[in-house]
Design a protein around this ligand. Structure first.
Ligand code: GLP
Length: 265
């Protein structure tokens, strides 16, 4: 049970913004929303995220599965991104992360879990990325997309760049070059920044923004600036999470107090 009631912040846009005293309560609330979608559909299609932020969300979903409250047997998952190049056996790969934190603990059939493949030859990466988009579309689109946020405002590995709004909201799944801030932040996990892959495959803004529900989590003071720019700045490609403003009525932000500290209310 959450320790304190969360605060709901009113934004100019229709986005729901809920602020929890601590990230533990926030993650339990996020897991409840995901479980709610899973229980409301015969074949739920989930877009999943990696990074440290959602780990307790997955722990709570595993707990609910182990308690017999939840089944993943008819769920299909599509992960947001993967480093490139990387082997799925590397413990820094997002395939490894998902197996380790969720898939191996629940009853999801392996062929219903989809993670972009960090081993495809570069010459086949566009074809692979296009195929990933097609798989999501053929499955009927994402019922729920779970997101974290990078310190530079990235979602998935859609990094800040210069483009007009129409282009920025319609990016396909593709191979990208990682932003220096992203590589610096990933440095400790790889031991040293030089070992962080220079590239990654990411689901594009087109699929993310089409999801029927988008749940974005941000915790800690390092994320406060990106959260404020995303929610209260002008939407644009330079802060990819600000593009969520274009579909605000389908977006729920789940924050802790530290990540919400930059918001003007
Ligand atoms: C990586 C992932 C993002 C994630 C971000 C934040 O760059 N590609 O999907 O949101 O990290 O990570 P963390 O949750 O560890 O702060």
């Amino acid at each position: 049970m959450p320790t304190d009631s969360p605060r709901q912040l009113a934004m100019k846009s229709a986005a729901e913004v809920i602020v929890y005293q601590n990230s533990g309560d926030a993650c339990i609330a996020a897991a409840e929303r995901i479980a709610g979608v899973m229980k409301s559909k015969n074949h739920p299609i989930l877009g999943l995220a990696t990074g440290s932020t959602p780990i307790p969300v997955y722990q709570e979903l595993v707990r609910q599965y182990q308690a017999g409250h939840l089944s993943f047997s008819s769920v299909s998952t599509y992960n947001l991104d993967e480093y490139y190049p990387i082997s799925p056996l590397n413990d820094q790969s997002y395939r490894w992360f998902m197996n380790h934190h969720l898939f191996q603990h629940v009853d999801i059939p392996a062929n219903q879990t989809h993670v972009l493949d960090g081993t495809v030859p570069a010459s086949a990466s566009t074809e692979h990325a296009n195929q990933f988009d097609r798989w999501i579309e053929e499955a009927g689109g994402l019922d729920l997309q779970l997101l974290g946020i990078g310190r530079n405002g990235h979602i998935g590995f859609n990094e800040p760049f210069e483009a007009d709004l129409a282009e920025a909201v319609d990016l396909p799944t593709r191979l990208i070059e990682l932003h220096p801030v992203t590589r610096t932040d990933a440095g400790p996990a790889f031991g040293v920044v030089d070992k962080v892959p220079t590239h990654a495959l990411t689901v594009g803004t087109r699929q993310i923004l089409k999801a029927r529900q988008i749940l974005i989590l941000a915790f800690g003071k390092n994320k406060a600036e990106a959260v404020a720019a995303s929610l209260q700045g002008v939407p644009g490609s330079n802060v990819p999470a600000s593009l969520l403003q274009t579909v605000a009525d389908r977006v729920v932000w789940i924050l802790d107090e530290a990540a919400a500290a930059g918001l003007k209310v």
